[in-house]
Design a protein around this ligand. Structure first.
Ligand SMILES: Cc1cc2nc3c(=O)[nH]c(=O)nc-3n(C[C@H](O)[C@H](O)[C@H](O)COP(=O)(O)OP(=O)(O)OC[C@H]3O[C@@H](n4cnc5c(N)ncnc54)[C@H](O)[C@@H]3O)c2cc1C
Length: 463
């Protein structure tokens, strides 16, 4: 036995690295095993961070081409240097993963390099060496879900990982799946000049989000030139000399059709990643979706083994994984951490952004909860007008009897930042009147949130 730890965390994504750092801050002796060459998991290496770098760069490119002239800024001879854009993205990723390495050193978290395998409760093997730990935390994350008949080669048929690495702008990119990742990466390549078609099985985009917002979102993306084939299923993909031929069919039945693409992005969702961990042998139970089964305290079916992040139930989001990491670390150090799953925001980082927290109208109807709606459009917000970003609106859902805020859904500029106010409000059990009576700086986009809160009681001022 090489070394003994209080906690060994397996996986250094936002769940794992945050759990490791918090446990170390609380005085525990901690190691984190990571099989990738760099720390930070999916999020920092091939997820949130590189996608946001490309979204930001492509947004700047598109704004320079289409939006700045209206502001009196005339730029001639705009050219795309994709190699530089990709190199910048790599620099951003590198700075972030090095940052986690620095934080591990600062907090004395040992980085065990290599693939970890659980031998039993209290025993982990990493790259041929066995370690002992009082507690083991599984934070192995997720991977892109496969689709029968669509063989990924990460060149012409890619997952999000390959879509972040393309070295030329595809002429026609077909995105399979109208969820967050597909629409964000579809937006990147659309802005850089690709023709983009999104094929979605359901009759709507971003399932799980508010339906009205999803419809509005589709209209805006369509105006940006993205084409949609909803209620359509992909039945196969074949590589050709020039690209890929996709076979699609209406979900309700009907004639099959072929779509030619030069790159296909498969983004139909993600599935928990537990390969090679030895879970079956260790007796760690999985649920029907292949996720590690946990109780409300992140304990698995084996005492002393815990799990957090994408590998367990709940939204596959970096901040959800982080909060679970902190809560679990605090429990392992003798405290009482917990996560409020009613107040986890979700953001789509397109332009405009889409953000939501709490219940949707669809959920409230299904749960037969009486509610009132307050809405306010960005067309009536002074700051949005000054920015020239008036697409979208804020919608607040409040309990009809108590006025407590139950949900908020925003499509518009900086929606992902604006939603934080309502996350705070929900955490504090605030009413829409509470938010409406807060002083909001003028002129700010946040005033649209205040006005939506006022609108719950039909007393918005500026519309
Ligand atoms: C393109 C893309 C964009 C995204 N954008 C966002 C976003 O904007 N906002 C957001 O909140 N979420 C986003 N996500 C989701 C987010 O990345 C995940 O929710 C988050 O990374 C989950 O964190 P995690 O710690 O559970 O696992 P992960 O980040 O997946 O990390 C797990 C780590 O465990 C390691 N590992 C696995 N098995 C072993 C083993 N046996 N031994 C050692 N190491 C192992 C893996 O190598 C990996 O590094 C995005 C995802 C993708 C793919």
């Amino acid at each position: 036995m090489s070394d003994q730890f209080d906690v060994i965390v397996i996986g250094s994504g936002p769940g794992g690295y945050v759990c490791a750092i918090r446990a170390a801050q609380l005085g525990l002796k901690v190691a984190c095993a990571e099989k990738r060459a760099t720390l930070g998991g999916t999020c920092l290496n091939i997820g949130c961070i590189p996608s946001k770098a490309l979204l930001h760069s492509s947004e700047n490119f598109s704004a320079t081409q289409h939006a700045w002239a209206e502001h009196g800024i005339v730029v001639e001879g705009i050219k795309l240097d994709l190699a530089r854009m990709q190199a910048r993205k790599a620099e951003v990723v590198n700075a972030n993963v090095r940052g986690v390495e620095f934080l591990f050193k600062k907090n004395k978290v040992a980085w065990l390099k290599g693939e970890a395998r659980i031998l039993a409760a209290g025993r982990v093997a990493v790259a041929g060496t066995e370690y002992a730990a009082k507690s083991i935390v599984i934070a192995t994350g997720s991977e892109s879900s496969p689709l029968a008949g669509v063989e990924v080669d990460e060149k012409r048929i890619v997952t999000s990982t390959g879509a972040l690495e393309l070295d030329r702008v595809p002429e026609h990119l077909v995105v399979i799946g109208g969820g967050v990742i597909g629409l964000e990466l579809g937006s990147v390549w659309r802005r850089l000049g690709a023709q983009v078609t999104v094929v979605e099985f359901l009759d709507r985009l971003i399932p799980g989000n508010d339906g009205e917002i999803a419809k509005h979102f589709q209209r805006i993306l369509a105006k940006q030139g993205i084409k949609f084939r909803l209620s359509t299923k992909v039945t196969g993909a074949e590589l050709t000399d020039t690209g890929v031929t996709l076979t699609v069919q209406p979900v309700q039945g009907g004639a099959a059709e072929e779509i030619a693409a030069d790159v296909v992005l498969l983004s139909i969702g993600r599935r928990p990643y537990t390969e090679g961990l030895g879970l079956a042998e260790a007796g760690v139970a999985l649920d029907e979706a292949g996720r590690v089964k946990t109780d409300p305290h992140f304990a698995t079916s084996v005492p002393g083994i815990y799990a957090i992040g994408d590998v367990i139930a709940g939204p596959m989001l970096a901040h959800k994984a982080e909060d679970e990491g902190v809560a679990l670390a605090e429990q392992l150090a003798g405290g009482a951490g917990h996560v409020n799953y009613e107040a986890i925001p979700g953001v789509v980082y397109t332009w405009p952004e889409v953000a939501g927290v709490g219940r949707t109208e669809e959920q409230l109807k299904a749960e037969k909860i009486e509610y009132r709606v307050g809405k306010f459009p960005f067309t009536a917000n002074g700051r949005a007008r000054a920015m020239g970003c008036t697409d979208g609106f804020v919608k607040i859902l409040a309990d009809a009897a108590t006025d407590r805020i139950l949900g908020c859904h925003i499509i518009g500029p900086e929606a992902g930042t604006l939603i934080a106010e309502i996350v705070t409000a929900i955490e504090f059990g605030a009413s829409s009147e509470d938010v409406a009576r807060l002083c909001h700086a003028h002129p700010s986009l946040n005033e649209a949130v205040k006005e939506a809160a006022l609108a719950v009681d039909n007393r918005a001022i500026h519309i």
